[in-house]
Design a protein around this ligand. Structure first.
Ligand SMILES: [Zn+2]
Length: 413
């Protein structure tokens, strides 16, 4: 009996030991599971919240606990790419491939890191691997096309971008890239054919606004452009695709305003240049605005208004000194001058200015502010509400334009 009891007790004990051991294993596994996947879950949540530095720390913890997890490495690779640490990102993607974690997104992630490092040949191979696994991967088609443009393999780029275009016919920036490739390989006629009404648009524009668009620079009536301007002949494909944006933006001005400020001709150049390459320029000597036709039409839309304001400034006659304008800046502020060729025209939140380029010169400050008023109104309204200097500048611009063209600006509100 005793032994039986003992036996039963022993068996119970053994059973209990087994249960305890199992519980222990489960607890251990659970702890490991939680600490590993807990970190992964936390990392993914931080990514969704845009807290990339903290997400990286969580990924670092998961990688140190389970260095053979492709998921931890691929997540960390993505965050590293987001933080601009491309070498480290690449190392993680390579580790995922070693761990047999191959997928289209891993190859396209490698492609992104490699192209950010300007290792174009390798980036091309990475995007091709992604497309072998997923032929309709829109990102790899687009980014792979960009890489091929960098490698000057325009025919290959067209092939990828054509496939991209079939899947995504409204992606504006890639349409522009594809057209640039077609023009580059001498197939500009296909681009012209896809904008069949460009001549009609220019004729209507002249009828409505009085503005003549000259797209064959050799046909300028009074001879060549002034000597301090270089204007290379524009490709017809670029001209044709620019016709609609040009007409849309210029038709926002009334014929009377344009006549008053004496703007009658716009010359389209492949590239307009002064002492540097520019998107547009106004030359007071011949009263013409010159625009670079090969830039993306979205950028040229803004350049049109920027240049029109230079014309307005010339009409007013005090574009350089303009003490009333300068007085709106803090007393210790000085414009940096045109030497700063890297000053971007991208809208950016700065005290008193709408872009870095606006800080170079009072004329550019006015033109940049006017361009924001015409192209980026909601953003500018936000800046006006937050920044008394910008508010005062916009008010002064409005007041001056109201004097030149009473009531016109109200039609743009
Ligand atoms: Zn300018």
């Amino acid at each position: 009996m005793e032994s039986k009891v003992e036996g039963r007790g022993g068996a119970r004990l053994i059973v209990n030991c087994k249960a305890l051991a199992l519980l222990g294993v489960l607890l251990l596994c659970g702890t490991l599971y939680f600490s590993f996947y807990g970190d992964l879950t936390t990392a993914r949540r931080l990514v969704r919240e845009g807290r990339f530095e903290e997400a990286l720390e969580a990924y670092d913890r998961s990688v140190s606990r389970l260095s053979s997890s492709p998921g931890a490495h691929s997540g960390r690779a993505w965050v590293l790419g987001k933080l601009g640490r491309f070498e480290a990102s690449l190392a993680d993607y390579d580790r995922v491939l070693e761990l047999n974690g191959e997928s289209a997104s891993i190859h396209s992630g490698r492609g992104f890191a490699l192209s950010s490092l300007e290792r174009w040949e390798e980036a091309d191979r990475a995007f091709r691997s992604a497309l072998e696994l997923e032929p309709d991967d829109i990102y790899s088609l687009e980014a792979g096309g960009l890489v091929l443009v960098e490698l000057e393999r325009h025919e290959d780029a067209i092939e990828l971008l054509d496939r991209w275009f079939q899947l995504h016919p409204h992606g504006v920036s890639t349409i522009v890239l594809r057209e640039d490739c077609l023009i580059e390989v001498g197939r500009g006629g296909e681009v012209v054919a896809s904008y069949p009404d460009y001549r009609v648009l220019f004729r209507n524009l002249e009828a409505v606004t009085g503005i003549r668009v000259i797209y064959d620079v050799s046909s300028i009536a009074s001879g060549a452009p002034p000597r301090d301007i270089r204007c290379w002949p524009a490709e017809l494909g670029h001209v044709a695709r620019l016709a609609r944006p040009l007409a849309d933006e210029l038709e926002r001005y009334s014929r009377e305003v344009l006549r008053k400020i004496e703007l009658a001709e716009i010359v389209l150049c492949d590239q307009a240049e002064t002492d540097r390459e520019v998107g547009g320029l106004y030359h007071p000597g011949d009263g013409r605005v010159y625009l670079t036709a090969r830039y993306a039409p979205a950028a040229t839309r803004g350049a049109i208004h920027h240049e029109v304001h230079h014309v307005i400034d010339a009409y007013r006659g005090d574009q350089n000194t303009d003490p009333a304008w300068r007085a709106l800046n803090p007393s210790d502020f000085e414009y940096s001058g045109h030497g700063d060729e890297f000053a971007s025209t991208q809208p950016v939140v700065l005290e008193g200015f709408v872009s870095r380029y606006a800080m170079t010169d009072p004329q550019e400050d006015k033109s940049e502010t006017f361009e924001s008023l015409m192209m980026n109104r909601a953003w500018l309204d936000g800046r006006v509400a937050a920044d008394p200097v910008i508010a005062a500048k916009v008010a002064l611009l409005r007041e001056r334009i109201e004097r030149i063209a009473p009531g016109w600006l109200d039609t743009q509100d």
